[in-house]
Design a protein around this ligand. Structure first.
Ligand SMILES: C[S@@+](CC[C@H](N)C(=O)[O-])C[C@H]1O[C@@H](n2cnc3c(N)ncnc32)[C@H](O)[C@@H]1O
Length: 221
């Protein structure tokens, strides 16, 4: 019998091992048009702000946000991705990369008037989303702008769903170049799920739905 694929708890291990190959996801030809639009739209939404970015990974979005934001405090749990991020050509006075857990958000700076999370929401269990949103909101200034980017499920482009658990969370089998295989939690929330999740903290929320991505923008109460 083959080894059991690893499941959700070591999700951060999967991303740690994937660090060097992570940005290949931004090379998918069919997604280029939407990515090009997002590379303009997201920095525009955060222009002039002091941004707390959670689960920043290799700093792919950080590099574009930093061009327009006042400053970006970008954190991730994995050193391996933070090392790649730190090598990005971003002005040192515009960005600070550091290690922090996106769940507890312990040690993140206070005083940010914006938040950004790219492709993190989909890795949070349905039962944990309310807590994540409340926690993030509590770390930001009242009235702060929050921008959340994540994937739409797109047949033929997305990795197929391999399993659904009792709570309705969905999972994918992910393969690394090394041949290692991981089962990774990956949820695809509906617009109603998103609206409900941010209602307790948001003044007004706006969802931009594309073919491969969704972009949720809201200002805190
Ligand atoms: C899908 S990647 C997104 C990376 C980046 N935001 C982007 O859009 O390119 C998810 C990231 O979450 C990070 N991660 C996993 N568990 C985490 C945790 N508990 N706290 C903070 N980051 C975590 C991984 O290291 C990985 O960089």
């Amino acid at each position: 019998m083959g080894a059991r694929p690893r499941s959700t708890p070591p999700m951060e291990h999967y991303y740690s091992k994937r660090a060097a190959e992570y940005e290949q996801i931004y090379q998918k030809p069919e997604r280029q048009h939407e990515l090009d639009w997002l590379r303009g739209r997201i920095p525009e939404l955060l222009a002039g702000r002091t941004v707390l970015e959670v689960a920043c990974g290799t700093g792919y979005w950080t590099q574009f946000i930093a061009r327009k934001a006042h400053r970006v405090y970008a954190c991730d749990i994995n050193e391996s991705v933070l090392e790649i991020a730190a090598d990005k050509p971003i002005a040192k006075d515009r960005v600070h990369f550091f290690k922090a857990d996106a769940v507890s958000l312990e040690g993140v700076p206070s005083g940010c008037n914006a938040g950004f999370a790219g492709f993190w929401w989909s890795h949070v269990k349905k039962s944990g989303i309310e807590q994540f949103v409340a926690n993030l909101a509590s770390r930001l200034e009242p009235g702060a702008r929050v921008v959340v980017l994540d994937n739409q499920f797109a047949e033929g482009s997305s990795t197929p769903i391999s399993r659904r658990d009792a709570e309705g969370n969905t999972y994918q089998m992910r393969h690394l170049a090394s041949g290692e295989q991981y089962e990774v939690l990956k949820n695809f929330p509906s617009s109603a799920d998103l609206a409900e999740a941010v209602r307790p903290v948001a003044r007004e929320a706006h969802l931009e739905t594309l073919t491969y991505y969704w972009l949720l923008v809201f200002d805190l109460k």
